[in-house]
Design a protein around this ligand. Structure first.
Ligand code: ADP
Ligand code: MG
Length: 398
């Protein structure tokens, strides 16, 4: 892991203006914050800095206003939710650069918290325009990035500013980077990866990267069908990207060369229609009928996969094993997630998971709290799984 400074290194912040990049891109429900997870994630950093007497200036984006001011995407809409979680009032400053921002900041005292307006109201943010990053740097003394979920973007508030002010990782960023390092950066072996979900095409780069990093690659979900087809299995009406059979074969070869074992299901749960609780059959992969779809991994395969996890020290998981939103095709995902959770509780496995549907599936299985770390970062988590550099993280390590 490249070294980065944390709040432990920040020194005396009393009366200093600390620009803190957070993730306030929360889902809204009838004009109010619908889910507070992201706000809560930012609390340790905000509280720590405010308690130390900093002037805490929150920078964030909200929605996709594409460089123009749009009242429906103003961060003022998030203030109520933020104040509720923080437990006291927060000032809103309707600019994030320039004289308006400076005037708002001038009235703040040590320990105050303020939210600056949506960084994406300014075209320089997403262009990472040096003039915009300069203007941001002018209103603060120090910079803290606590938004891992935005770190895959080289934007003014995530990357440009980090080169202009002393830059630190916030507590949520620090926890995320440590967990990811333990999972793939510098993991205890053997390492297993579970990659599931709908399509190979959305995760080719993830698979390519993982075969060089992990000892066991467990492929499930719709994407397993493409790999089964590449092995000559007739997958019937299943979701399958037949045009990607060559890609699947290249991944098999890369895994062989790297000493990575690929695990595909050998029994599966099939149905003729994709609906809740339809008639199903559990069959060997070679017995799928022409009018049937594979919608979940079968019980024998799940048991074998549980044995793989029992012999591993580290697990990284992205993508459900089946169409988990529709019962009973959540069975394999829930069972393997429970195994991973139990092994983590026993202390024999470090388990890190991420991805929108993956987080939903782990919550559905009621085991998210038992995993070592569950990332809610979405795009940034996937780019990290692809082995891509994250500009917002790299900028912190300089
Ligand atoms: P994540 O959001 O965690 O990265 P994905 O978006 O890649 O995960 O994949 C999740 C989707 O894959 C779910 O909607 C799930 O229903 C679907 N899926 C999993 N297995 C199958 C399958 N066998 N057939 C069709 N869809 C599947
Ligand atoms: Mg998804």
């Amino acid at each position: 892991m490249t070294a980065f400074k944390t709040l432990d290194d920040i020194g005396d912040v009393t009366g200093k203006r600390v620009l803190v990049r957070v993730d306030l891109n929360v889902p809204m429900n009838d004009g109010a914050v619908g889910d507070r997870t992201r706000i809560e994630a930012a609390m340790p950093t905000i509280r720590e800095l405010a308690d130390k007497g900093a002037i805490v200036l929150l920078l964030a984006h909200f929605g996709r206003p594409k460089g123009a001011k749009n009242p429906t995407q103003s961060l003022s809409l998030v203030m109520g939710g933020l104040e509720d979680v923080l437990g006291h009032s927060v000032m809103f400053i309707p600019e994030c650069v320039g004289e308006g921002a400076k005037a708002g900041i001038a009235v703040l005292a040590a320990g105050d918290v303020a939210v600056l307006e949506n960084t994406r109201f300014y075209p320089g943010e997403e262009k990472n325009d040096p003039a915009f990053a300069d203007a941001l740097a002018e209103i603060g003394d120090l910079y803290v990035n606590d938004a891992f979920s935005a770190a895959h973007r080289a934007h003014g508030s995530t990357e440009g500013i980090a080169h202009r002010l002393p830059a630190y990782a916030g507590r949520a960023m620090e926890a995320e980077l440590k967990a990811l390092d333990a999972a793939l950066g510098n993991p205890a072996h053997p390492v297993a990866a579970v990659v599931g979900g709908a399509k190979v095409s959305s995760k080719i780069d993830v698979l390519r990267h993982l075969v060089s990093k992990v000892d066991h690659l467990i492929i499930g979900g719709g994407m397993a069908n493409t790999f089964l087809a590449a092995r000559g299995v007739d997958v019937g009406k299943s979701l399958c990207e037949h045009d990607l059979v060559d890609t699947a074969n290249a991944i098999f070869e890369a895994a062989d060369a790297a000493g990575c074992t690929i695990h595909l299901p050998y029994d599966v749960v099939v149905a003729k229609e994709f609906a809740p609780n339809p008639p199903t059959r559990t069959v060997n992969v070679h017995e799928v009928a022409a009018d049937e779809m594979i919608l979940d991994v079968g019980p024998a395969a799940v048991e074998a996969l549980a044995d793989v996890l029992k012999n591993c020290r580290t697990l990284v998981w992205n993508g459900p094993l089946g169409a988990f939103e529709t019962p009973p095709f959540d069975t394999a995902t829930v069972a393997l997630a429970k195994t991973a959770a139990a092994l983590t509780r026993e202390g024999s496995l470090i388990s890190v998971a991420g991805g929108g549907d993956t987080v939903a599936a782990l919550n559905h299985a009621r085991v998210a709290g038992d995993f070592t770390f569950v990332s809610t970062a979405g795009g940034a988590f996937l780019e990290w799984m692809e082995g891509k550099p994250l500009p917002g993280v790299d900028a912190l390590s300089q």
